[in-house]
Design a protein around this ligand. Structure first.
Ligand code: AMP
Ligand code: ZN
Length: 116
């Protein structure tokens, strides 16, 4: 995907505050943090949404889930955090390159969602 902002961040073509990178995944701070600590973990491969994930992405997505705790601890989140993957219109997704938000800080993140 040539005009995808997160593809460009993963390739280093757009600057970001990088936390971690390996062959499959990239983690960087959110530009508009919603909590004292707010970063994103993404697969380097362009996957638009969780709807588009398939068996080819097992390694990268498994790595994201198994790295999340370590990266969160590295950012000082040693008393819990929230992992969020907004998906599609109803999920409130704004950037269509799959990403997992990691959110936390000293205080509890709060209710999972606002009650309708
Ligand atoms: P979502 O609503 O789940 O698609 O979230 C997209 C997130 O990407 C938002 O929290 C934005 O603040 C964040 N974001 C957008 N552009 C950038 C960027 N250039 N660097 C870091 N975070 C970004
Ligand atoms: Zn992309």
């Amino acid at each position: 995907m040539t005009d995808c902002i997160f593809c460009k961040i993963a390739k280093g073509e757009i600057p970001s505050r990088k936390i971690y990178e390996d062959d499959d995944i990239f983690a960087f701070h959110d530009i508009n943090p919603q909590r004292p600590v707010h970063f994103m973990i993404i697969p380097k491969a362009h996957i638009a949404t969780l709807y588009d994930a398939d068996v080819r992405h097992h390694a990268a997505l498994g790595k994201i889930l198994t790295k999340a705790g370590e990266l969160a601890r590295g950012e000082g989140l040693d008393d819990g955090f929230r992992l969020i993957a907004n998906t599609g219109r109803v999920g409130g997704q704004e950037v269509y390159h799959l990403h997992f938000h990691v959110l936390g800080g000293p205080e509890p993140v709060g209710p999972m969602v606002q009650r309708l």
